[in-house]
Design a protein around this ligand. Sequence first.
Ligand SMILES: [Zn+2]
Ligand SMILES: [Zn+2]
Length: 139
Amino acid sequence: MRIIEDDMNDEVIIDDIRINGFILDDRCSKCNNLLIINEDYDAYFCAYCNEWVEDTCGDLDCMFCKDRPKKPSAGLIIHSDLGSQYTSKAFTDFCRSSKIKQSMIKAGCPYDNAPRSSFYGKLKNEHLNHYNAKISNFK
Ligand SMILES: [Zn+2]
Ligand SMILES: [Zn+2]
């Protein structure tokens, strides 16, 4: 895991995902790594344990707690090819603001991430082109 503090933007970059916040001097009681505060939810967390250190306040109208996810990092990864729709600014901004991590094949490496690309290819055939893929193809 790579954690970088971006003081200029008041952001912390955790494995390419940016959050509004900063790294604290306090340490996690479980793994002893430095805690991070996520200012969107006004709460401390440990990135290594992927756990919030504080409970939500219990106030249903609280602007910080009501949208707080169960885990600090939702961990959603979206894998795609290098199509212009996936590399466009609109899409990368969307992923960034939604805390979705983008995964893409390297240019010129068609076998990079072949299992996932193959899975998506079959899914596309099934749902868009209405071909029947055998379930055994996925095993
Ligand atoms: Zn920890
Ligand atoms: Zn709250």
